[in-house]
Design a binder for this molecule. Structure first.
Ligand code: ATP
Length: 234
């Protein structure tokens, strides 16, 4: 479904990604792991067209996307939910969700049906529909941000650190919701620092270190490798 081949991305002289190649198959959850500054967010921004790679190619659904506009990439079904829950603070939850559907140009009754579907994944949003974005807790904002991404009906959803800054019990719910999103037919690329919990719901994973892919494997094998590398024998 998605294939990155030999991607190098720079910020001026700084090389953020070096020869990154990865693949995501339809139906998978793939975790992209790494420490702060490893290049995880840059990988997502490069895929969604927010930054252009200097070298390498990106294919989505068999078509090159490394030279097309970010809005067109969204229309093709590839949606990026950035780090930091960037919802509109002065709009209600419902308005934020509606905005996510704008590019699809569908009638309001369809939009309302889609909002209904999102509340099945995130029932906590039901009583919050008329609340303004700024007044939500971190976890509620994250649900709203992912919900807004889902309103674009993605084939592939890129999630940047959805568990960041959330209380442990909310983190659990968030990972369960991501699993449910995947089970209802959306392929997911999940950027996380939380290796253990993200690999628990993922099929496969990649590890980035200083802009390079240093490991990739099935989720359970990768978790063992990470435990051995960082924690010694377990
Ligand atoms: P984090 O979890 O902190 O977001 P990350 O793995 O997502 O980490 P990136 O944000 O992709 O890492 O950053 C990769 C490298 O690129 C880092 O060295 C970072 O300092 C650098 N970098 C990121 N954004 C910029 C920018 N706008 N200008 C210059 N350098 C940047």
């Amino acid at each position: 479904m998605l294939r990155l081949n030999g991607i190098e991305t720079r910020y001026g002289e700084i090389v953020a990604l070096r020869n990154v190649s990865l693949e995501i198959r339809e139906g998978e959850i793939v975790a992209l792991l790494g420490m702060n500054g490893a290049g995880k967010s840059t990988t997502l921004k490069t895929i969604s067209g927010l930054i252009r790679p200097k070298t390498g190619t990106i294919e989505f659904m068999g078509q090159p996307i490394d030279h097309i506009a970010p809005e067109e990439i969204v229309r093709r079904g590839l949606v990026h939910v950035p780090e930091g829950r960037k919802i509109f603070p002065g709009l209600t939850v419902r308005e934020n969700l509606i905005l996510g559907a704008t590019g699809r140009k569908v009638p309001m009754h369809i939009v309302n049906q889609d909002i209904e579907e999102i509340t099945q994944i995130f029932p906590d949003l039901i009583p919050l529909m008329d609340r303004l974005g700024w007044s939500l807790s971190g976890g509620q904002q994250q649900m709203c941000a992912i919900g807004r991404g889902l309103m674009a009906k993605p084939k592939l959803l890129l999630l940047d650190e959805p568990s960041l800054g959330l209380a442990p019990v909310i983190v659990q719910n968030m990972f369960q919701a991501i699993k449910q999103i995947n089970q209802s037919g959306t392929t997911v690329l999940l950027v996380e620092q939380n290796a253990r919990q993200s690999l628990a719901i993922s099929h496969r994973g990649y590890v980035l270190e200083a802009g390079r892919i240093v490991a990739n494997d099935d989720a359970s094998k990768l978790l063992d490798e990470i435990k051995n590398a960082y924690l010694g024998a377990h």
